[in-house]
Ligand binder design. Sequence first.
Ligand code: ADP
Length: 698
Amino acid sequence: MRDGLPTYGMANLGTTGRPSRFTRWLANRIWNERTGVRASEDLVRLDSALRFGALYALTILGPILLLGYFGVADLLSGEASLTAEITQEAESTIGSCATDVEEVFERFEMATRNRLLSGRSLVEAPGELSTHLLLTLRLDAQGQITAPFDEPITAPPSDHTFFLTGPFAQGRRIEGQDPALAAALYRIAAKQAPGMTSEGTAALQQARAMNGAGFTREAEAAFADIVAEYPSARDAWGFLVADLARLERGQLLIEREPEIGVGALEAVVDDILGRRWTIGQGGEAAVARRALVLMEGQADPDWLASRRSRVDQRSHQLYWAERLQRELDPLTAGGRLLQMAPGRFRYTLGDQALWATAWFDDELYAFALDRAGLFEAIQAAANRAPRGDSPVVVDVLSPDALSPLGALARRSLAPWLPGWTLVAKHIDPEGLAATIRWQRARRIVLVLVAILLVGAGGLITGRLVSRELDLARLKTSFAANVSHELRSPITQIRLKGESLQLDLWEDEDDRRRHYDAIVRESERLSRLVDNVLDFAAIERGTKNYTIRPHDLGITLRNAVQSMRISMEARGLTFDADIPDELPMVAHDQEAIAQALTNLLSNAAKYGAQGKWIGLSTNVLPDGVEIYVADKGIGIDRDEIPRIFEQYYRSQDPRARSLKGTGIGLAIVKYIMEAHAGQVSVSSTPGRGSVFTLFLPFS
Ligand code: ADP
C-alpha cells in the first residue's frame, strides 16, 4: 500500500498538481497505516501546506529575517561609525592643538640654543627667547644663583636711631633754611657714625648740603671722594652710597659741562647694568632710571632707548627672581639638577612658574616660564582649534583640575607641562547622546515599517494566492460536478425512453409517468445547460439582458408553472402566492424566470425534508420583493456570505451529498445586479431558509 496511497481519488480532490515526492515520502511516514481516499485528501492538504510553508518562508519569513538582521547590523554600525567619526574628529583636533603647544616649546628651546651659539648672554632679555619667559637664572652646581643677580644680602640692620637723633637729625631739620650749617652738622654726624652705612649716608648728605649752599665745586669733589671711599656701602634704603654720589655728581656736571656730565652719567648706567644686582634690592634700577631721565635731551636717543629697555628687563627679572626664588629651592635641592643630561631641557611645574632647566657646557640655567600666561595661550589655541562646524571642543586641564565627563580624547602635555592634559569633548554631550538616540529610534522605526510592509504584502499575496488556489480547486470540482449532473438526467431519459420504445409498460398511467419523467429530466437538463452556458457567458462578459417593462406576475407564473409539476412529482407541497395585480417592472423575463427557477430548484433540493416550499411577493414603494422559502436543512451562518460566490458549495455534508455545481446562486446574484436589484438570504440551520429577490421599479 506504500505507493497506492496517493494514486487514486485525486482527480476529485481538485488538486492543482501531483504532490511532490517529498510530500509523498512525508505522508508515508505520518500515515503509514492509513489508506484510501481519506489519506489522499490528507496528502493533498499536506502538499498544499508544505507548498504554502515554502512560499511563506521564501517570500515573507526570509525577507523579514534578512531585514531584521541587516537592520540591527546597520543600527549598530551606524552608531559605531557616528562615535568613531566624532572620536576621530576629537583626536585630530586635539592633535593639532598639541602640535601648537609643542611648537611653543620647540621655538623656545631653539631660540635658547641659537642665542648660545651666537655667544650672547642667556640671562639678558628673556622676552626674546619666549614671550612667556619671565626670568632666566644661571646657577652653580649647588643651585646657588650666579647670574644675573646676587642672592639677598643678609646684612645686620643698620642703626636707624642714628638717623633720627643727634647731628644727622638736626641737619635734616635745618637743611631747608641753612644748608651750610646742615653740611657742618652732617660732617660731625659722619665722624660719629657707628658703621659704613651711617657714615656713607652722612657724607652723602653733607655733599648734597654743600651743593645746596652753593659750594658746587666742593660738593663735586666731595661726591668724587664718596665714590672712592664707600664703594660698597648701602644706605638704609638699600641704595649704594657710591651710586647715589655718582648720580649727584653727574647731575652737577651736566649743568655746567653737559658733555662731561652725560659721559659720567652714561658710565653710571653702564656700570649698573654691567654689575649683578641683588635680589630684594631695587636701588640699582632706581638710580639707573634717574640717570637716564637726567640725560634726556642730551644723550643719543637710541642709546637711551636701548639702556632703558635693558633696565626695564632687568627690573622685571629682579621682580620675578624675588617672587619665584622660593620655588627654585626644591628644584635644586639634593643636587638633582646635576643628573640632567647636557643640552636637554627638563620641565618642572612650580606654583607660579613652569621651570625649564638645562646644562649648557658647564653652566646650569633655570628658565621660569609664566605658568598662567602659558595656560591662557594654550587654552586660546585650544579654543581656536575647532574648525568650521566641528562639534568638538578642547579644554586644557592643569594637574589639579577635574576631568570632564564624556571626554572623547585626551593628550598629555608631558614632558613640557607635566600633569597637564588636553581633553577633547563634544560641544554638547547631551545633544550627542540625543542624536544617537534619535538615529537609533529612526532606524528601528524604519526597519519595523519595512518588516511590517513585507509582512503585510506577504499576507495579502498569501491570501490572494490561496484564493486563486481555492478557485482553481473549485473549478476542477465544478467540471466534475457538471459532468455528474449531466449524466444523471441523460441516463434517466435514456432508460425511460428505451423502456417506452420496448413497450415495457402496458398500463397507460405507467407510460404517462415515464413520459412525464422524460419531460422533467429534459427540463432539468436544459436548466443545467442554460445555467452552464449563461455562466460561461457571464464569465466571458458577453451576457446581455433585455430589460423592458413587463408584467412581473406573468413572468413569475410562467416560471412557477414548469417547476410545480417537478415539485409535486417529488411529493413537495408548493405554496405559490402570486397576486393577480402585480405592477409592471422593467426586467428581462427569461433572466428573472431563470433566477426564480434556480432558487426554487435549490429549495426543492435542500428543502426536501421540510416537504414544503413557499413563494410570495410583496410590493414596496421602490420595488417588488419575491420570497422563496423552504423548511429544509438551512445554511450555516458563516457560509451565508460565501454561497453567492461562483463554484462555492456548502461544506455541510447533508448539502454535499446532494448534486450541484455551485453556480446557481452566482448566476442569481449576477442577474439581480444586472437589474440593479439584489438577492439576500436569511436562514436557520435545520429549520429552513428564505431567499429574497428585490427588483426595483427604476
Ligand atoms: P448548488 O449547485 O451547489 O446548489 P448554488 O449556487 O445553487 O449551487 O448554491 C450554493 C450553495 O448554497 C449550495 O451548495 C447549498 O449549500 C446552499 N444553498 C442554496 N440554496 C439553499 C437552500 N434553499 N437551503 C440550504 N442551502 C442552500
